[in-house]
Write a protein that binds this ligand. Structure first.
Ligand SMILES: CSC[C@H]1O[C@H](OP(=O)(O)O)[C@H](O)[C@@H]1O
Ligand code: ADE
Length: 291
């Protein structure tokens, strides 16, 4: 299997990553089923990158159907250390204008129907998730986005993740605003949790596409609105990815983020009591801690 240092999970509107060289398509199998689609591996700015469209090419998977465990496992198995999500979001703040970009630093979970951990069947792990995004990667995304010059970029903000697929009611949207949420989407969870459990550095380039439905003088969110505003944003997101590829440190061990060692000391289960087949299953993620 070819290897890649950066993994990009493309959201709504981002199904292909043009401009990659030395391209190869790989079909990865995981203990959690098939990822959303084949993964394209190539080079961007001379750095190896794996690209996976979250909803599949042709946008076939709803947010609740995205196989996040398979997606994150597949990226990990390709050697990915830095996972970047590109996501469409609604804005819950007047000053986050559609077509602005946000690099969120917090998450609030309103999903209901999703499996949120890799670990089950005899191994119990409790990772810290107080800081759900990698601050090292977030800073580099912010710096790269600011270098574009032609786009308004917001540093930090809370992404509230709803179940969907229907958009929110006005009552819900207004409650999220009162609670201090900044942007809303349907896909950051469980992806961010699984990335932490897989010890990946993970952050989001959030492309604001609409004002959801709280803003009385603006039209409520619709697919047409999202798609229209996304096409401009997606080009910016691709340029950010090219820039950030050149900035990522060669070695994560020199970084101050906890991501690379996120699971160390979080395994509650006595290794002597973890069945051999469970150890084998999780070797990719935690073999170094339980063997
Ligand atoms: C087409 S609007 C709703 C859809 O877009 C976002 O997806 P993604 O984060 O993958 O860009 C949102 O979360 C919904 O899934
Ligand atoms: N308003 C919104 N709510 C949820 N997900 C979204 N993705 C883009 N806009 C959204």
């Amino acid at each position: 299997m070819p290897q890649a240092k950066i993994g990009v999970i493309g959201g709504s509107g981002l199904y292909h990553m043009e401009g990659m060289t030395d391209v190869e398509e790989v079909k990865v199998q995981t203990p959690f089923g098939d990822p959303s689609d084949v993964i394209t591996i190539g080079k961007v700015s001379g750095v190896s990158m794996a690209f996976l469209p979250r909803h599949g090419r042709g946008h076939r998977l709803s947010p609740s159907e995205v196989p996040s465990r398979a997606n994150i496992w597949a990226l990990k198995s390709l050697g990915v250390e830095w996972a970047i999500s590109v996501s469409a979001v609604g804005s819950l703040r007047e000053d986050i204008v559609p077509r602005d970009l946000v690099i969120p630093d917090q998450l609030f979970d309103r999903t209901k129907d999703r499996v949120k951990s890799f670990y089950e069947g005899g191994v119990v792990v409790h990772c810290s998730f107080a800081e759900p995004f990698c601050p090292t990667l977030g800073s580099l995304l912010l710096e790269s986005a600011r270098e574009l010059g032609n786009v308004n970029v917001h540093q930090g903000g809370t992404y509230v993740c709803m179940e969907g697929p229907l958009f929110s009611t006005k009552a819900e949207s207004n409650v999220y605003r009162k609670l201090g949420m900044d942007i809303i989407g349907m896909t950051a969870l469980p992806e961010a949790k699984l990335a932490r459990e897989a010890e990946l550095c993970y952050a989001i380039i959030a492309c604001a596409t609409d004002y959801d439905c709280w803003y009385e003088s603006e039209e409520s969110v619709s697919v047409d609105m999202v798609v229209g505003n996304l096409s401009a944003n997606i080009e910016n997101a691709k340029r950010i990815l090219q820039k950030v590829a050149q900035k990522l440190p060669a070695d994560r061990s020199a970084q101050t983020c906890i991501c690379e060692h996120a699971v160390a000391s979080t395994i509650m289960t006595d290794p002597a009591r973890i069945p051999a087949e469970v150890k084998e299953k999780y070797d990719l993620l935690i073999g170094r801690y339980i063997s």
